[in-house]
Unconditional design. Sequence first.
Length: 203
Amino acid sequence: MPCSPEDGDLVSGAPKVAVPDDVAEAVKTLIRWAGDDPEREGLLDTPKRVARAWKEYAKGYAEDPAVHLQRTFDEVGGYDEIVLLKDIPFQSHCEHHLAPIIGKASIAYLPRDKVVGISKLARVLHGFARRLQVQERLTAEIADCICENLKPKGVAVVIEASHACMTARGVQTPGVMMVTSRIMGVFREDDRSRKEVLALMGY
Ligand SMILES: Nc1nc2c(ncn2[C@@H]2O[C@H](COP(=O)(O)OP(=O)(O)OP(=O)(O)O)[C@@H](O)[C@H]2O)c(=O)[nH]1
Ligand SMILES: [Zn+2]
């Protein structure tokens, strides 16, 4: 695939990702379709910027989020209660309109014999969020990944997010949050555990 020449990043000096000509051309077509002239001065660099921005929005495709759960700690001083990372902000894009999904996720698990460094839960979230998503699948993928890799007694993931495809276009209803959850293991089977984890999350 032919590429436009790489130019340097003026701020960091690092080379920028090369943008294939057909990708830049696709963005130009979109600009034309939107009603503007991609050859006017202010838009000349836009196709490459948009292409590179999309490489960032979608950088989850280049990773397997499960790798973040491979380094585990067995010795946690007999800790056998819920571990929760609450209200983690994230951004994703909806697979229907490529519009931003902006929200927060709370991720909890009840360890069996392994815990992970707490930042890894946020890394798993971002690994799946930086793809084209529907919120239900994002929620399920995070929970399943933790379940398969840590084999905990329970997992609970709750996501609250606003979808720009509903706020900035279409039904144009700002201020609405979509809430999804995936509750597994003891949190699903035992009513008290379920209530406890949801209460810790603030629900
Ligand atoms: N369940 C679910 N729906 C989503 C998500 N993101 C966007 N949507 C919805 O996907 C639907 C796509 O519906 P379509 O009728 O095919 O598309 P559309 O004509 O653009 O629909 P409107 O948004 O109603 O204008 C819309 O109802 C969106 O609100 C998501 O994460 N989960
Ligand atoms: Zn959408």
